[in-house]
Design a protein around this ligand. Structure first.
Ligand SMILES: [Zn+2]
Length: 247
């Protein structure tokens, strides 16, 4: 299923994009999002939806409402009386959707040529392995790596035994460890965007959006100690900058 990456389709999209550059930023931005949404075979995965009316939907709405209150430290806390697994599940789905959207806006800049390896600055390089289908880490381009990564995350989120959406169905015992692996891997997409594609992010005026999303992500993983400090090293300086004001 990963064999169809790249090729003529991408070249066409790239050329088309250059043409559209002339038509102004906002137009490009909108168009990129639309394009990305329809190119599900590449890196842009369909959004995972939390069904309206469900308890998880209420939790998501709660998360959105408290985020607007301005205090991120309290906004990420487990709401009173709620189940930690469910709170982590809802937020993990939300982060996946956000990262999907953010990476989708710069997907035309992240190519086999621009990013022959998946990196986060000169010091960090990632090789893909999911631990089950691919045990021996593969050295591959960033777009391929991110496609593997997002496909893998999507598969976990769609697995009803891991992320039960029905009321009364319990979360598995290993849920937290799976969630930690998902978040650890999603972090790498932020790290790649920040290190390798920050210029287009600024051009597309997505900087504030990216920072807000990343800051929320970091506050969340810090609150529940979900990602090992070593894994966060590629963005350590930025993390300190984004979080220092709120300590
Ligand atoms: Zn890239």
């Amino acid at each position: 299923m990963h064999g169809v990456l790249g090729g003529a389709m991408d070249f066409k999209a790239g050329a088309d994009f250059k043409y559209r550059m002339k038509q102004g930023r906002d137009m490009v931005k909108k168009q990129l999002i639309l394009d990305s949404g329809s190119r599900s075979s590449k890196t842009f995965k369909p959004k995972k939806n939390i069904p309206e009316g469900s308890h998880q939907y209420e939790l998501l709405k709660h998360a959105e409402a408290t985020l607007g209150s301005g205090n991120l430290r309290t906004a990420v806390m487990l709401p009173e009386g709620e189940d930690l697994n469910e709170w982590v599940a809802v937020n993990t789905v939300d982060f996946f959707n956000q990262i999907n959207m953010l990476y989708g806006t710069i997907t035309d800049f992240c190519t086999e040529e621009s990013c022959p390896v998946m990196s986060a600055g000169p010091k960090y390089e990632y090789h893909w392995a999911d631990g089950t289908n691919i045990k021996k880490p593969i050295k591959c381009s960033a777009p391929k790596y991110i496609d593997y990564l997002m496909t893998w995350v999507q598969d976990q989120l769609d697995d009803e035994t891991l992320f039960p959406s029905k009321i009364g169905v319990p979360f598995p015992k290993n849920f937290m460890s799976v969630a930690k692996t998902i978040l650890k891997r999603l972090f790498r997409v932020y790290a790649h965007i920040y290190h390798q594609h920050f210029d287009p992010v600024i051009q597309l005026q997505e900087e504030a959006h990216l920072n807000t999303s990343f800051k929320h992500f970091i506050f969340f993983v810090q609150e529940f100690n979900l990602i090992d400090r070593r894994e966060l090293a590629p963005l350590q300086e930025l993390i300190e900058k984004l979080t220092s004001k709120d300590r």
